[in-house]
Design a protein around this ligand. Structure first.
Ligand SMILES: [Mg+2]
Length: 253
């Protein structure tokens, strides 16, 4: 095992793009579409809910989780209750586990439709302002441009949304594996990357993700992957952009 070219597997949300604002705006509108007949919600202050939702973005791993996030925060606001961090995390996990599957599926459909509508209505510059590239990505792009490297995106987002964004960013990538591709690998990024690594004869590669579960629960070494936890993403870790860039600089050859 060695290295012929530099291969980077990158997660999208949090690692490449700061998409929290867009996801939360889209979720908020989707949530209201689902609950449109409930007049009591008219008094809810959008800004307040959005601000709190941004803070808890790190709890979300699937689009339907946004439903639970917004729902909990709206209820809290209506009752004028303070949001306690620890309790909220617990309430959120409980809600994700117990929420009606039909409601979650309905939300998911509305969420993707709403995103499409918002995207088509906004000028690209505005859309990008809601989804800015991370500081890491800007520097990473510069860093790798003179090397024989391959960027493979592995995300739980849908491929269409990522493609539209990359059109604006102009990053050379070789493939995008979104939510749809993960379905074939038991929803596991590890199994998907393992499959790709085997096709590449297990050449050394780097995988960067901002989800501690994604990074910590697998035996990445067994497939010649150096896993890196992105502290600049949606988690409670410290921003390690510069350390990671340094590591990549050393890795390039
Ligand atoms: Mg992520």
């Amino acid at each position: 095992m060695g290295k012929i070219k530099n291969i980077y597997y990158l997660d999208f949300d949090g690692v490449m793009a700061d998409t929290a604002k867009e996801c939360i705006n889209t979720s908020f509108f989707s949530w209201f579409r689902i609950n449109k007949n409930k007049k009591k919600y008219l008094s809810v202050t959008k800004e307040l809910v959005l601000k709190k939702a941004l803070k808890f973005r790190y709890l979300v791993t699937l689009p339907e989780h946004y439903y639970c996030l917004i729902d909990l925060l709206v209820e809290k606001e209506l009752k004028n209750e303070e949001v306690n961090d620890n309790d909220f995390e617990k309430n959120f996990k409980q809600k994700v586990a117990c929420e009606n599957i039909k409601t979650l599926n309905k939300f998911k459909t509305v969420f993707f439709r709403t995103r499409k509508e918002r995207f088509s209505k906004k000028p690209n510059s505005e859309w990008l302002a809601e989804n800015p590239p991370t500081k890491f990505l800007k520097k990473f792009k510069e860093l790798i441009k003179n090397y024989n490297s391959e960027v493979i995106i592995v995300s739980r987002k849908d491929k269409g949304s990522i493609l539209a964004w990359l059109d604006e960013i102009k990053l050379n990538f070789s493939e995008i594996y979104g939510n749809e591709s993960l379905e074939n690998f038991n929803k596991s990024k590890f199994f998907l990357i393992k499959n790709l690594q085997q096709k590449q004869n297990l050449n050394d590669a780097i995988f960067i993700d901002d989800s501690p579960e994604e990074i910590n629960q697998e035996d990445w070494k067994s497939i010649s992957i150096t896993p890196i936890l992105a502290g600049w993403g949606y988690n409670h870790l410290e921003d390690n952009t510069n350390q990671v860039l340094k590591k990549i600089k050393e890795d390039l050859r």
